[in-house]
Design a protein around this ligand. Structure first.
Ligand SMILES: *Cc1c(COP(=O)(O)O)cnc(C)c1O
Length: 458
């Protein structure tokens, strides 16, 4: 598609930056092939994150009349790291938060309350009270939550923009666990259930301070056309509510995130311009400037810019299958390990010095398992993957892991959260690293496991 011709060149640039960063990470001692070196580190490509944020902003700006209010709120759960939120804030993005922890991270990054949206499906009264006191926009998930907001608001209208989350019930994608718009999804008010639409119109008529509607109908595995259909339903509902109210009560549509990511190559497809084109085709009026827009992208902003670098500790052959035992496993690729068909990851081989490892004829290419360090048989990042035969001290790179992978640590076997560095490549190829999150120390692991309470059960 014409809007995506830039992606091949971008992909080559990103791959070149990545190879420079891998070599520099070894040279600067962040990770290494030697037995006493660090076995594992995670990297984020700062230029790549900036480019994705700029691409998102430009794609919507190009489609909307000048002056239309737009807030691109990054879904914090995709990469809950304060330096990431700060970088995105500098690029003009806000934050979508869904827990007290995520809200605290956004505040620590200096994100202003009016640049945040609170979305969780199980907000406590205390969370709601705090969000309203700060003026953070809240999307109510259900009737009971709306009644809590009524009670908290008391006599006057709430100080925060209030929306209602709607489930358009447009159907599932290829990954059930990530499909938010099924007939029975746990999220939002089900639009097609009997009486629900009439209730929504009435609920808004009774509460003139409800000014937003929200849907988040996409995710990995959901086709763009299906996501766009959900947004079209949202727009139609807003028109119906406004017609019933006789005024433009709903002034903002929060269309969620959910743009899928290409895990098969370095190309960033589908791009935001393609998604905007898809939305325009489904709901042209969405872009006529009569509604402000909020978006909540997560995976599509960060996934392509993250890399895990892990040492191959040992290699063996079992039942004729070569196996590389590495330090990258379930603790940082939880979804891939438990649902490998839905979450395939590429594996990039590097030698101990951080140079891309050549294939045949220099090194034979064989089908091998890439195993992690955890003590259960299924801890595999790849099965029978054709790669140059790995040796102890080699490194594997696991790209596309910037969202929902190493930032969503799983504490199995008390494996520590690895360090995360951002990297920037200078004009002469020099690489500078900035620490985003230190590795979890053994003392921290012990403390978080009740180290100060050893005698509590005696
Ligand atoms: C997870 C989530 C997002 C982000 O989804 P991505 O697929 O990462 O873009 C946005 N909004 C809500 C409400 C979410 O739960």
């Amino acid at each position: 598609m014409a809007v995506e011709t830039h992606t091949a060149a971008d992909a080559a640039d990103a791959a070149a930056r990545r190879d420079l960063a891998v070599r520099a990470a070894v040279e600067q001692g962040l990770v290494g092939g030697a037995p006493d070196a660090e076995p594992l580190v995670c990297l984020l490509d700062v230029a790549g994150i900036r480019a994705s944020a700029a691409e998102l902003t430009a794609a919507f700006a190009a489609a909307l009349p000048p002056g239309t209010p737009v807030l691109h709120a990054f879904a914090v759960k995709a990469a809950p790291l304060v330096p990431v939120l700060r970088l995105l804030a500098e690029a003009g993005l806000g934050c979508e938060v869904a827990s007290p922890g995520e809200l605290a991270l956004a505040r620590a990054a200096g994100v202003a309350p009016e640049r945040m949206v609170l979305d969780s499906p199980a907000k406590t009264s205390r969370e709601l009270r705090e969000a309203l006191a700060l003026g953070i926009a809240v999307n109510a998930d259900n009737r009971q939550e709306l009644e809590r907001i009524d009670a908290l608001a008391g006599a006057g209208p709430p100080a925060s923009p209030i929306g209602i989350r709607v489930n358009p019930q447009t159907g599932a994608g290829t990954i059930d666990a990530l499909s938010t718009a099924t007939a029975t999804s746990k999220f939002g008010v089900p639009l097609r259930d009997g009486g629900a639409r009439a209730w929504l119109v009435r609920a808004c008529a009774e509460r003139p301070w409800i000014t937003r509607l929200h849907t988040h109908s996409g995710s990995q595995g959901v086709p763009l056309a299906l996501i766009a259909e959900g947004v079209r339903e949202l727009h139609a509902l807003a028109e119906e509510i406004n017609a019933a109210a006789g005024r433009r009560q709903i002034d903002t549509l929060d269309i969620g995130g959910g743009l899928p990511v290409n895990f098969a190559s370095d190309e960033r497809t589908p791009g935001y311009a393609r998604y905007v084109a898809e939305l325009r085709a489904a709901a042209p009026a969405l872009f006529d400037g009569s509604y402000g827009l909020v978006t909540e992208f997560g995976r599509s902003l960060l996934a392509k810019h993250g890399l895990v670098l892990a040492r191959v500790e040992y290699t063996k052959s079992t039942g004729g299958r070569p196996i590389a035992l590495t330090h990258a496993g379930v603790q940082l690729a939880t979804r891939t390990v438990y649902a490998p068909a839905a979450w395939p990851l590429r594996i990039l081989p590097y030698d101990a010095g951080g140079a891309p490892k050549p294939g045949a004829p220099a090194v034979p290419v064989v089908a091998q398992d890439i195993a992690g360090p955890a003590c259960f048989a299924g801890d595999l990042l790849a099965t029978a993957r054709e790669l140059p035969q790995l040796s102890p001290g080699d490194l594997i790179g696991v790209p596309d892991t910037g969202a929902y992978f190493f930032t969503a640590h799983y504490g199995y076997n008390s494996l520590p959260r690895p360090a995360v560095y951002g990297f920037r490549v200078g004009p002469r190829g020099e690489v500078r690293f900035g620490l985003a999150r230190p590795a979890q120390s053994l003392a921290e692991i012990v403390a978080e496991a009740g180290g100060a309470h050893a005698t509590a059960f005696l």
